[in-house]
Design a protein around this ligand. Structure first.
Ligand code: NDP
Ligand code: MG
Length: 391
């Protein structure tokens, strides 16, 4: 058992947030973890339920119109409540041993950065923080002596098998990808897919946005950029390998030809438990991998013609600077437009590529203001592109 840790969870009502609370409950609950803040977007009922279950100090909801519901649901407790973007940043500015960053999308950057500036170590699920402002996040983390523990399953796998003392001998990182629900679809079939089909992931149970990103493979594109930020490997040494069963969560190859991999059933509670317990290993309530009943594991090269997101992400990574931030922002707008049936599935990538043309100049982003400006400009351009393409 590790010492009792203070923890705040941003995005507690989401898929990662709920899994985090599940791991906490199954591993010592309040004896092991002192949950200070739970924070979500709009689901006041669940947020209040969670705050009561862990006896949090504070519950914060982004949607200010839901604050009365949150207050009513927490009446009679001494749990503080607050709402809005500034309240999220304030709550993240209270130092804890570990801040779980699990808000969906670029909105997760602001509390993540606030938590780093407060000196809290970070369990990072919100890959967008690294994609939009990786240089800034890393330099602030270094300045504050804050450790970033990746929760994203691939990066968590790499973190587990990356021998930092052998950094010079690392030849490559192999990021595995399930290939999503349309792995075997022809371009013709992909043209007609519906939002319902696109958010039904074959292996992982996740939030809507990341499920759609897995279908376009923008998720793997974001993860490529996230890996480049997190690990000491040149970006042309990060490979993507399709592995439909999602058993090998990623690998690191070394100079002597050895490849180290982390394996497990596809359940986010394993990487979450790893980050919550680090440097100890704690128990996680997940199904154990049974090799004898695992009929086979397969691998194939990714297809950048059917999944242009992989090429677009690599180009954004090469361009550097604000290009990855713009790519993510445009992708968020295009994804929303697809979910609203304003554009087709294949048009998501076309919108992003169109927006990125204006961000090819890779001047490094120095400040949060520049990141915010690039994010808004890319959203504006993507909105225009959606309108002109809308069917
Ligand atoms: P979900 O959509 O399931 O949950 C998102 C969470 O963020 C919810 O708590 C939601 O609140 C909250 N939220 C959304 N928008 C805002 C906002 N503007 N301000 C504050 N809170 C907000 O997403 P996931 O849990 O699937 O993903 C979360 C992050 O983790 C993403 O960055 C994703 O890429 C990453 N990730 C997820 C994995 C997974 O298996 N799910 C795997 C690897 C990474 P509410 O629901 O109350 O509105
Ligand atoms: Mg992942």
């Amino acid at each position: 058992m590790v010492d009792r840790r203070s923890v705040s969870i941003f995005g507690s009502t989401g898929s990662i947030g709920r899994s985090t609370l599940d791991v906490i409950a199954s591993h010592g609950g309040r004896d092991a973890y002192d949950v200070r803040v739970v924070a979500g977007g709009a689901n006041a009922t669940l947020l209040a339920e969670q705050a009561r279950a862990v006896d949090a100090d504070m519950a914060v909801i982004q949607d200010e119109s839901k604050l009365p519901d949150l207050r009513a649901a927490l009446a009679g407790t001494d749990i503080d409540t607050a709402a809005g973007d500034a309240a999220l940043v304030d709550a993240a500015s209270q130092r804890v041993d570990l801040c779980v960053s699990a808000i969906a999308g670029a909105a997760g950057l602001y509390p993540t950065l606030a938590a780093i500036r407060a000196g809290s170590h970070i369990a990072l699920a919100n890959k967008e923080s690294m994609v939009c402002a990786g240089d800034l996040v890393r330099s602030e983390a270094a300045r504050m002596g804050v450790r970033i523990l990746p929760v994203d399953s691939e990066h968590n796998a790499i973190f587990q098998v990356l021998e930092a003392h052998h950094a010079a001998a690392i030849e490559r990182i192999i990021l595995t990808a399930s290939g999503g629900p349309f792995r075997d679809y022809t371009l013709e079939q992909m043209r007609a897919v519906t939002p319902e089909e696109a958010i039904a992931h074959p292996n992982w149970s996740m939030g809507v946005a990341i499920s759609l990103d897995s279908a376009t493979m923008f998720n793997k594109g974001l993860e490529l950029i996230e890996a480049d930020q997190l690990f000491p490997v040149a970006h042309d040494h990060i490979e993507i390998l399709v592995h439909p069963q999602s058993i090998i969560h990623s690998m690191v190859g070394y100079a002597d030809g050895s490849i180290l991999a982390q394996l497990g059933t596809p359940d986010m509670r394993t990487p979450i438990a790893y980050a919550l317990g680090w440097p100890a290993r704690v128990t996680a309530p997940v199904e154990r991998l049974d090799f004898a009943s695992l009929a086979r594991i397969d691998f194939e090269a990714p297809d950048e013609t059917r999944f242009p997101a992989l090429r677009i992400a690599r180009e954004a990574l090469q361009a550097g600077g604000l290009a990855p931030c713009a790519m993510n922002a445009a992708k968020e707008i295009a994804a929303e437009a697809f979910l609203n049936r304003d554009i087709t599935f294949l048009e998501i990538a076309s919108v992003v590529e169109h927006v990125l043309e204006g961000f090819a100049n890779g001047a490094a982003a120095a400040s949060l203001d520049e990141v915010v400006a690039a994010d808004s400009e890319a959203r504006r351009l993507a909105g225009l592109a959606v309108q002109t393409r809308a069917v």
